[in-house]
Every structure is written in C-alpha cells, then in structure tokens.
Design a protein around this ligand. Structure first.
Ligand SMILES: [Ca+2]
Ligand SMILES: [Ca+2]
Length: 267
C-alpha cells in the first residue's frame, strides 16, 4: 500500500469514527439520551402540572436532566379503577410513577418495570397527579398512559348543563314576583356543581329550599353575593338581602351523585 492509499484509509477511518460518535451523542427523540425537555416542560410540581384529560396517552416524553420530574394532573368524577403505565428503556435507567391527591398525599406507587400496568389503584373522585421521576436520577425517554374505568354508572345530566361555575349559571326570575320551582335537577357525578343566578330588584327575605331525592347527605347549597361571598348555606335557609345579583351554588358531598328539587321564594 502506497502513501496515498494510507492517507485515504486514514481519512475514511476518521469519517467512520465521526459518524459513530454522532450516533451515540444526545438526541431529543425516543431513542438515545434526551437532551431537551419535552413539550410539557416545565411541569416540576403540582402547581405547574400538565393538565390532561383521561384516557391519556402520549409518547416522546423525557426526563431530560438529573433533577427533572414531570407532573400530570387530571380530574376523576366517579369512583374508578385507575391505571398509569410508563414505557421506557430500562437499560438507560429506572423510571417510577407516583399517584398523589390534590394536596400531595401519595396514594399509590408504581413498580419499577419497563412495560405493562405500572400503577393500579382505585380512586373516588377529585383532582389527582401522576408524578414521573427517576429514582436513579438518570436521563431517559418515556411514553405515558393514564386511564380510569368508572366502577359506578354516571347520573343523567340535567337540562341546565353545563352550569358548573358562576359564568355558566342558570338564570332565575326575581323571586319577589313569585315562587320559583325547578324540578328534575341532578348532580350527575361526584365533581359536578350546579350554579343558578338571579337579580333581586329590592330588599327581601329570600328562602332557598333544596329537596334531595338521592342519598342522605349527598349535596349542599350556598347563597352567594355578586362577589362570591357566601351569605348563607344549608338545604333550607333564608336571608334578608338588598337588591343586587346573587348566585346559588349546589355541590356534592363526598363525591356523591344525587337528584334534587330547588325552590326559591320570598318569605
Ligand atoms: Ca420532562
Ligand atoms: Ca352542573
């Protein structure tokens, strides 16, 4: 082999080494060590969690730094079997899952395994968080799936839905001009709320009556002023209030579903 051939061989060898080095360096895809955060970043805690709707499934997620952890938050309205699964390459490091309630109490832990149901538990209703983290503090790519299968049937939404917050309230007439009766109402899941609103044209003693047709102690009610300050509460109460705009909030107790009847009148 002459000098020219040896030089060519050297150049080709260097090129091959460069290609090999490039392939083993960082990548933001689903293979190789992740170097960039995924599209949900930053989601390092419950406050900055990524809201997701169940059933949820997503790929191309990453733990991109030694301290990265990812929080996903969601609501469950009915008692359910909850499953969360992280899929990843165990050769690159361990990933674990943790289920927390709305205040951070740990409800369940996932086992360290690359595939299959990772975390399975039952929940009642509320806001929950799945925390994804690496106990070995290793960078990794993962896919995540979270699903909930209700173990009780949902109730039937009433005709006023959606009326779940003040901006969606169902308007009622001024109760000074006659008794207002609203039958056929439901709180159709354990997180559903019903909001009603009315404008009172002058000072009056207004009575609110909730007749619950469902389980005992399944719902509660409040009368609120236009600034959402609670004036009175209960299932039968009255309050002497000046002219203005008012809200009535009906909400479930302990994730109950219920049927009820609302009556608003002047005493
Ligand atoms: Ca991340
Ligand atoms: Ca509602």
């Amino acid at each position: 082999m002459n000098d020219r051939s040896l030089r060519m061989l050297g150049i080709i060898s260097m090129l091959l080494i460069l290609v090999a080095c490039n392939k083993s360096s960082g990548s933001s895809g689903n293979s190789g060590v992740p170097v960039t955060g995924d599209i949900h970043e930053p989601n390092e805690n419950r406050t900055s969690c990524s809201p997701v709707v169940l059933d949820f499934s997503e790929t191309m997620l990453t733990l991109h730094s030694l301290t990265d952890q990812d929080y996903y938050c969601f609501t469950v309205g009915l008692p359910s079997d909850l499953t969360a699964t992280a899929t990843f390459d165990p050769a690159m490091g361990d990933i674990q899952l943790e289920l927390q309630d709305s205040v951070g109490t740990v409800l369940a832990l996932g086992q360290a395994q690359p595939t299959g149901p990772d975390l399975m538990t039952t929940v009642t209703c509320g806001t929950f968080h799945v925390r994804v983290f690496s106990p070995t503090q290793t960078l990794n790519n993962y896919s995540l799936a979270i699903s909930a299968v209700a173990t009780v049937p949902a109730g039937i939404p009433d005709a006023n839905e959606p009326d779940d917050d003040p901006s969606m309230c169902t308007p009622l007439a001024d109760p000074r001009f006659g008794v207002i009766s609203v039958p056929g109402l439901t709180l159709h899941d354990g997180l559903n709320e019903d909001w009603f609103c009315f404008r009172l044209g002058g000072t009056a003693d207004i009575e609110i009556l909730i007749i619950s047709l469902g389980p005992i102690n399944s719902l509660a009610a409040e009368l609120l002023d236009s600034s959402l300050n609670v004036i009175a509460s209960g299932l039968l109460f009255d309050a002497i209030i000046p002219s203005g705009n008012y809200f009535i909030r009906i909400y479930p107790i302990n994730c109950s579903r219920s049927s009820y009847f609302l009556e608003v009148s002047e005493i």
